[in-house]
Design a protein around this ligand. Structure first.
Ligand SMILES: NC(=O)c1ccc[n+]([C@@H]2O[C@H](COP(=O)([O-])OP(=O)(O)OC[C@H]3O[C@@H](n4cnc5c(N)ncnc54)[C@H](O)[C@@H]3O)[C@@H](O)[C@H]2O)c1
Length: 424
């Protein structure tokens, strides 16, 4: 560290996920030099709470202050504006999902990041569970044979109460899709990346279980905490999505997404069934995976002493010392910073992955509206396995990239897979 200047970072937003970004940034050795919340008084309060010396009141001021990385942790509709400003100012960006509320904006951001040669990442952090990497490594080694079936669900219950509401319910703040853009996008990113498949067409059915909710916003991930006297407003975004899909290599799949499933807190679950074996991952029990075979099946426990190099690398704690979601964020942020420094890391989700998620969201909404199978734009033509796609990241694979890190020497980085390329 002696010769390595600490990265200077800023965080926009001060809510649930901003706190997680802050802890991850500090753990990765960064210096948090600026924060911005929704109003000057909120920004001042946040700066005091987080021990940030200078109080900033607007984004341009922050971006002109010589920061290396901006973390965008604000409601969805503000992501694209902040990310665009940061890229234009030559600042590397971590932008929360959904990258933008339209796929057009998400594509533009991806192009801008590529043109500027900046690191531009989206926290699809479930890729950073060590045992997720283990399944992926085994898939790449051919352990499961060709896939026959992909299925799973992502279920939550924090909007199951009719009195629960949040800015996510309002399309003006969150975009036209709620449950799918918010959590279905995580499942699709994870499963495509782990399975090495690409969803090319789908049919989706959306439903809104609770047609009216309080018009005021309550805290994220907290049931029924809005005021009982708040007026009710019509809910225009979906609580539930059921989707069937086909991948580029013809594998059939299905996904159920819900934010109204009582008792299910954050249950991202998938099963991949192949010709010679199956694999199951459950985000709420990430210390084991189920590996199925016709003759016998077993549970594999996370252990930094065993498994693929990536599973070991991301095992921050000894076996039996439960490691979960927060550690995914810590590993993700550490990998983004390593990439900013010109190191090569494996499997960093980029703006290109954020833009892909936006196109899947488009297809889901279109299919639900037309009650028909639709193609996912940008998925065809192409190989079944995104691992062989050369330019899946914000920077074309193999292209030499100038990584301009304010406050440190510019470095040339030959970006290959794992840096800005999301796939294998
Ligand atoms: N990657 C993940 O796993 C993950 C998990 C949770 C949330 N998220 C994403 O993070 C984002 C924030 O979600 P959250 O749960 O933290 O929400 P939240 O409501 O807890 O926090 C939002 C924060 O942004 C602030 N804010 C609102 N408008 C702003 C503006 N214009 N400028 C600056 N600050 C503003 C609010 O005051 C609040 O502090 C969302 O886009 C969400 O999808 C991602």
């Amino acid at each position: 560290m002696a010769n390595r200047p600490r990265l200077r970072v800023a965080i926009f937003g001060g809510g649930m996920i901003a706190n997680v970004h802050r802890r991850s940034a500090l753990l990765a050795g960064a210096q948090l030099v600026a924060v911005l919340d929704r109003s000057p008084s909120d920004s001042a309060r946040l700066a005091e709470l987080w021990g940030v010396d200078q109080v900033y009141t607007d984004a341009d001021q922050v971006l002109a202050s010589g920061i290396d990385v901006l973390h965008v942790c604000t409601p969805n509709a503000t992501h694209a504006g902040y990310a665009k400003k940061a890229l234009a100012a030559g600042v590397h960006v971590i932008c929360e999902k959904p990258l933008a509320v339209t796929s057009r904006e998400a594509d533009q951001l991806t192009e801008l990041a590529s043109a500027r040669g900046l690191v531009a990442a989206v926290p699809f952090v479930y890729r950073f569970h060590p045992l997720v990497r283990e399944i992926r490594a085994r898939r790449m080694a051919g352990s499961f044979g060709p896939w026959w079936l992909i299925h799973g669900s992502y279920l939550q219950d924090w909007l199951a109460s009719p009195s629960a509401s949040n800015w996510r319910v309002d399309p003006a703040e969150a975009g036209a899709s709620r449950a799918f853009a918010d959590i279905g996008s995580h499942w699709c990113d994870l499963v495509e990346w782990v399975a090495g498949e690409r969803i090319v067409e789908l049919v989706a059915d959306t439903a809104t279980a609770i047609p009216r909710r309080p018009a005021t916003s309550g805290p994220t991930f907290s049931n029924s905490l809005t005021s009982a006297s708040a007026p009710l407003a019509e809910v225009k975004t979906e609580d539930i999505v059921n989707m069937a899909f086909r991948t580029a290599s013809g594998v059939p799949g299905s996904l159920t997404v819900s934010q109204v499933s009582p008792g299910r807190k954050n249950r991202l679950w998938f099963e991949l069934d192949g010709a010679t074996g199956s694999a199951v991952f459950d985000q709420e029990n990430p210390e084991t995976i189920w590996l199925g075979q016709e003759a016998e099946s077993r549970l594999l426990t996370r252990d930094p002493g065993h498994g693929s190099p990536e599973a070991r690398r991301l095992s921050a704690l000894p076996s039996g010392h439960v490691q979960g979601w927060a550690a995914c964020f810590e590993s993700f942020v550490a990998d983004v910073y390593a990439t900013v420094r010109g190191e090569q890391v494996e499997g960093l989700p980029t703006f290109a992955d954020g833009a892909r998620a936006a196109r899947i969201v488009d297809a889901v909404l279109k299919s639900a509206q037309e009650r028909a199978w639709v193609k996912v734009a940008g998925s065809e033509p192409g190989p079944a396995d995104p691992s062989s796609q050369a330019s899946a990241g914000s920077v074309p694979a193999g292209a030499p990239v100038r990584l301009e890190v304010p406050g440190s020497a510019s470095q040339s980085n030959s970006q290959t897979e794992g840096t800005s390329v999301a796939s294998d």
